[in-house]
Design a protein around this ligand. Sequence first.
Ligand code: 25A
Ligand code: L14
Length: 342
Amino acid sequence: MSKKSLRVAVCGATGAVGREMLKVLEQRDFPATEVVPFASSRSAGSSVPFKDAELTVRELKEDSFQGFDLALFSAGGGTSLKFAPLAAKAGCVVVDNSSAWRMDPEVPLVVPEVNPDHLERHKGIIANPNCSTIQMVVALKPIHDEAKIKRIVVSTYQAVSGTGHKAIVELETQVRRLFNGQDVVPDVYPYQIAFNCLPQIDVFLDNGYTKEEMKMVNETIKIMGDDSIRVTATTVRVPVFYGHSEAVNIETEEKLTAEECRLLLAKAPGVTVVDYPEKKAYPMAVHAAGEDDVFVGRIREDESIDKGLNLWIVADNIRKGAALNAVQIAEELLRRDLVRVP
Ligand code: 25A
Ligand code: L14
C-alpha cells in the first residue's frame, strides 16, 4: 500500500447492508485509518456500532467526499446515480452496491473470485453485482472454465432481507399477526409474504420478466465475460429472513460428471460443498446465514440431456450477496494499488 492514511465513507450506513458493511470491515480488520458512516437526513445524528464505539451518522451531501479515499455505497440507485460521480470527481473510489451503474460499459462489475482483473480498468466507480447473481457465478465460474457452460436455467428462493430493514420487520409483523388471528396489511411487498411465495422481485419489464430476473441474465454475462452463455431466470420471494437459495440447471459443452463437479467445486475459492444425500446433508438458508462462503449441494447429472447438471446454491445475501463482496472488492483494490481515480 502506497498511502499512509485510508479514509473510508460508508454511504447508507443505517440500512441492512450498510450495517453489515461496518461489521465486515471490523471482522476482516480492513486497514482503514478512519471509517465514517453517512445516510440520509432522516438518520443524521443517529449512531451505528463499529468496533468498540458508536459512530455518529452524518448526512450525505455533495461535498461529503473531500479527503476520503474510498466510499462503499448501499443507499439505493437514485442516491448512487447522484453521489457516486461526485465522489469519483473528488478522488474517492466508489464501490457501489445499487443496480444503478452495473451495466454501464465504463464500470467494472466485479466478484473477486470470478473476475478481479476487471478492476484494472476502473475509472472511479466499481459496481457490486446483484446478490442472486454473485452467489451463482461464484459456483458456476469454475465449471465454466472446465466444461464451458452453454445455458443456465435458474429459479431463486430469495430472503426478505434483500429488500432492507423494513421488509424484515414486515415478515416478523405478519407472522405475529397471523398467529394472533389478525389480518395482515402488505406494505413493502404487494401481497402477504408470511407463509407465501411471491413470483415477483423488483418491477415488471416490457418483456414480462422482472427487473431482478433480467439483472441475473445481463450481469452473469458481463461478469463471466462471455456473451455466448444463454441465461433464463425466475426469481421468487420466500418467507425467509436471511439467505438466498437457488435451483440451477446448466448445460455444458463438455461432459462433467456429478463427482467431477463436486471435486472441482471443493477446491474453488469461496465455495463449500455440502452434498451428502445419505446423511440428508445439503445447503440451507438457516445454515448459510452469517457465513461468508457460497454453499453448493444436490449436485446431480441432468438425465434429460447429454451434458447437464443440477445444483442447489445457497449464500447469505447480505454478506456475500452485498456487504462482504463489496469489502472484498475494496481489499482487491488495495492489493492492486488501485485505490485512486485515474
Ligand atoms: O439499487 P436499488 O434497486 O435502488 O436498491 C438498493 C437498495 O436495496 C437494498 C439496500 O437497502 C439498498 O439501499 N439492498 C439490499 N440488498 C441489496 C443488494 N445486494 C440491496 N441493494 C443492492 N444490492 P438498505 O435498506 O440496506 O439500505 C438503505 C440505506 O440507504 C440510505 N439512504 C436512503 N436514501 C438516502 C440514503 N443515504 C444517503 N442519502 C440518501 N438520499 C438509508 O438511510 C439506508 O441506510 P435512511 O436514513 O433512510 O435509514 C432509514 C432508517 O431505517 C432504519 N434502519 C434501517 N436498517 C436498520 C434500521 N434500524 C435498525 N436496524 C437496521 N438494520 C433506521 O431507523 C434508519 O435510520
Ligand atoms: O441488488 O431482494 O439489485 O429486494 C435490489 C432489491 C437485490 C435484491 C439489487 C431485493 C437488489 C433486492
